[in-house]
Design a protein around this ligand. Structure first.
Ligand code: APR
Ligand code: ZN
Ligand code: ZN
Length: 411
């Protein structure tokens, strides 16, 4: 039976309050309104930012509303479209976008920024254009994290917050292009504009940092120094192209001084992929004072960034990046192509795969620094066949879910 036009009952992991584990609940997902698309979520990565909004202490937490469906790094298929939607049809493979691209505003028309503001204030608060979300629990509105809310089997997003991708893309992998990998890769290529034969330092070797390493490597950097306080991250960083790895804990002096010495005067590019003010300062100060560029890719809402302005005056550049500078709807399908053409790695980021009802374990892995990315499959094996390929998860976690999203109800 077609679900078009009907409320869909499905499972979602709900954050009921700050700092508490998510709870799997039966929710209702309303049909899409005008210029909205209802998406069957097939796979979702669990990003540090999801963890941060559940456990973090930043000032932005004060206005975050609960109950909330977290998750913003996902892939799926279009289930149905609202009135006026012309670019998407049921069955299309898609990646939801927390950064929209309306294509019409001044910023979308500018080549200098990807910061479209369509529906921005609302989606930041977890609701869509009309000020409400489409997900509810027993009649109570459930907010959609940054307008997405992918820890749910179905969600609804604006048609300007969705990228249509090729039909042969494996959804269990390309979901990572919805946030972390795109952010780090673009931070190096689009924002830093890393040059051939340059020297780079990447602070933080999680998914964002490894993607930044991958970007520096793609740009032809001759030296890429990975910096992390967790040495377990080093082997993977080398596999992504790092030439050296440094643990700040192994040194008595500040890491920026260590890097200054290692490079004889500072790196050409420093990429901060941790999201901590103190690390941002270190990254900035590790660049060459004459012409070094520091790109801040890590996200923080905590205060305390101190920058010594005299360190800027001789010629350093400090830049921020958001979603790696990519024009979201236009560029994400191209990143999918790059993956399909073996120009960009994704599989190597996935350390764990879990079904939705074990999403809290993914947060535990982040807390303990054990994962790069956990990919959550939204549909259990009993609900359909699995096409999960080359899993690198613990054996007992493999194939517990379907990443095709196929189930009897969807046929
Ligand atoms: N110096 C260097 N590395 C550090 C430090 C530090 N002081 N503190 C933490 N790290 C390392 C961690 O050990 C970890 O390997 O930073 C890495 C962060 O990786 P993840 O937690 O996996 O985070 P990721 O998903 O990569 O996101 C990084 O980007 O999108 C934002 O909110 C996100 O701010 C976060 C950042
Ligand atoms: Zn993210
Ligand atoms: Zn726009």
């Amino acid at each position: 039976m077609s679900t078009k036009g009907h409320v869909i009952k499905c499972k979602a992991a709900i954050a009921w309050e700050h700092g508490k584990p998510l709870v799997i609940e039966d929710v209702e997902v309303a049909p899409p309104q005008a210029h909205e698309v209802r998406v069957k979520i097939v796979a979702t990565g669990v990003c540090h930012t999801d963890w941060e909004y559940l456990h973090g202490r930043g000032k932005g937490m004060k206005f975050r509303k609960f109950p909330l469906v977290l998750g913003h790094e996902a892939s799926g298929e279009v289930e149905s479209v609202g009135a006026g939607v012309t670019k998407f049809s049921p069955g299309d493979k898609v990646i939801p976008l927390f950064l929209p691209q309306c294509g019409e505003c001044e910023r979308c028309k500018s080549t200098k920024t990807n910061q479209c503001r369509k529906n921005w204030a609302n989606t930041q608060m977890g609701v869509l254009a009309d000020g409400t979300s489409r997900i509810s629990y027993q009649g109570q509105q459930v907010y959609q994290f940054i307008g997405v809310g992918s820890f749910s089997q179905y969600t609804v997003v604006p048609d300007t917050s969705l990228a249509k991708i090729r039909s042969d893309a494996p959804l269990d992998k390309v979901c990572l292009l919805g946030c972390g990998v795109s952010t780090g890769y673009g931070a190096a290529l689009n924002t830093g504009k890393v040059e051939e034969n340059s020297t780079c330092a990447v602070f933080g070797l999680g998914a964002v940092g490894l993607a930044a390493v991958m970007g520096c490597h793609a740009a032809g950097a001759k030296r890429i120094i990975g910096v992390d306080i967790n040495p377990d991250k080093f082997a993977k960083a080398v596999a992504f192209g790092a030439t050296d790895c440094v643990n700040p804990k192994d040194h008595c002096k500040p890491i920026q001084e260590v890097l200054m010495e290692m490079t004889g005067g500072g790196v050409d590019y420093a990429l901060e992929c941790v999201g901590q003010p103190a690390v941002m300062s270190s990254a900035f100060e590790s660049t060459s004072d004459a012409c070094g560029t520091c790109v801040i890719a890590g996200w923080t809402e905590t205060e305390g960034l101190t920058l010594q302005i005299e360190k800027l005056l001789l010629g350093r550049t400090l830049k921020g990046t958001y979603f790696g500078g990519w024009k979201s709807a236009h560029d994400v399908p191209k990143l999918v192509d790059a993956y399909m053409n073996q120009k960009l790695k994704l599989d190597e980021f996935i350390t764990h795969t879990l079904p939705l009802d074990r999403v809290n374990s993914a947060f535990d892995f982040i807390s303990r620094g054990e994962s790069i990315r956990t990919v959550i499959g939204l549909w259990s094996r009993s609900e359909g066949p699995t096409e999960f390929r080359a899993p690198v998860a613990p054996v007992d976690d493999v194939n517990e879910f379907s990443t095709t999203g196929e189930c009897e109800g969807s046929k």
